[in-house]
Design a protein around this ligand. Structure first.
Ligand SMILES: NC(=O)c1ccc[n+]([C@@H]2O[C@H](COP(=O)([O-])OP(=O)(O)OC[C@H]3O[C@@H](n4cnc5c(N)ncnc54)[C@H](O)[C@@H]3O)[C@@H](O)[C@H]2O)c1
Ligand SMILES: [Zn+2]
Ligand SMILES: [Zn+2]
Length: 337
């Protein structure tokens, strides 16, 4: 289908491609259109479409179209398809454009009351839904979320609506923690300060000096919590270690955040002696219907994380907005503006 793009969220991966020209093994070798969190309006139906979605229909686009033939696809784990074509992953162009062509099967009709922004942000919400599923969050679960960027915020929101009784969110930039509370965190922790100096009071038992935390204190910010689940959403190795230290025996740890390093030190003895189930996540599969339902029902309010809008001629600015100001959590590009 030919889709007129309405809104596109700026994601950290777009920023990496823009500034570094690569993410791990994915290297930009030719000009590439960025943007993969997108919504729009169907403008024309191409060959092979069924007519299920009519011209004029507003849709959210799931950015990855897999091959549907390989072993991963046939098992349902299509996020692991080696031949997936994913917006803004080299060499596939993304959605910072007036129009894109996208497969009908990966377009989801948007109800009228959902904004274009919300339709675009079903993509990062899907990352949170997938993390919650992998973590098998249950009614009453105690959950630690490290990192309060868009991914951590939405993972925390999903954890809460999945029934978690406690959702503790940390970030090393304290300015991001206010939004975490709004999105459903029951408690927030400043990851730049040690547990001994948590809260507004005077210095804790730790290293004495005002605001100075030792590396050990920072790693122990969750110590003694006995949480059931860790959703690591920062990509920072210290956050992974701190989160693991806050888990009970038999807990589950889901690594969503991607470290810039391909190899990271891990407290393996802790994983072993507590029998922690540790897994990574890569994107998501079969999450769009759930993400759409969560947004449409109002259970997760996606518009609350949108902090600024940009036109198509301002994409470069949009890509740098979060780095310039940590309060800009999710910039959105409106190509029609
Ligand atoms: N697994 C996947 O499929 C998938 C999908 C999308 C994004 N990601 C990854 O998820 C991560 C989060 O994405 P985002 O868009 O929210 O990024 P982001 O950069 O906006 O958010 C990361 C947050 O982590 C915080 N942080 C840094 N060090 C910390 C520490 N020690 N403890 C706690 N918080 C700390 C940062 O201050 C920042 O607010 C990124 O690494 C991204 O690459 C993974
Ligand atoms: Zn993204
Ligand atoms: Zn496949």
């Amino acid at each position: 289908m030919l889709i007129e793009v309405a809104a596109v969220g700026v994601c950290g991966s777009d920023v990496h491609y823009f500034t570094d020209g690569r993410i791990g093994d994915f290297v930009v070798e030719a000009p590439l259109v960025l943007g993969h969190e997108a919504s729009g309006v169907v403008r024309a139906l191409g060959p092979g479409t069924t007519g299920r979605l009519a011209v004029g229909q507003r849709v959210a686009m799931e950015p990855g179209v897999p091959c549907r033939r390989c072993r991963a696809c046939r098992s349902g784990a299509y996020n692991l398809c080696p031949d997936v074509r994913f917006f803004a992953t080299p060499p596939v162009d993304g959605a910072f454009a007036r129009y894109v062509v996208h497969d009908e099967d990966f377009c989801y009709p948007l109800p009228d009351h959902l904004s274009d922004d919300a339709g675009a942000l079903l993509e990062p919400l899907s990352v949170g839904v997938w993390a919650a599923r992998k973590a098998r969050i249950e009614v009453g679960s105690q959950v630690i979320v490290t990192g309060a960027g868009p991914i951590g915020l939405l993972a925390a929101a999903v954890a809460r609506v999945a029934g978690a009784a406690e959702v503790v969110v940390s970030d090393a930039q304290p300015s991001r923690l206010a939004l975490a509370k709004k999105m459903g965190a029951t408690e927030v922790v400043d990851a730049s300060r040690g547990a001994g100096s948590r809260g507004a009071g005077s210095g804790g038992a730790g290293s004495g000096g005002a605001g100075q935390s030792t590396a050990r204190e920072v790693l122990d910010i969750f110590a003694g919590r006995e949480a059931d689940v860790l959703l690591e959403c920062s990509g920072a190795p210290q956050a992974l270690e701190a989160g693991l230290r806050g888990l009970r025996g038999g807990a589950r740890a889901v690594v969503v955040g991607m470290s810039p390093e391909s190899h990271v030190r891990l407290p393996l003895s802790l994983v072993q002696t507590r029998e922690i189930e540790l897994t990574g996540t890569f994107r998501y599969a079969n999450t769009y219907p759930a993400a759409l339902a969560l947004a449409a029902s109002g259970a997760v309010r996606l518009d609350d994380i949108v902090s600024a809008h940009f036109g198509l001629d301002e994409v470069a600015e949009a890509l740098q907005a979060s780095r310039r100001d940590p309060l800009v959590v999710k910039p959105v590009v409106l190509p029609g503006r």
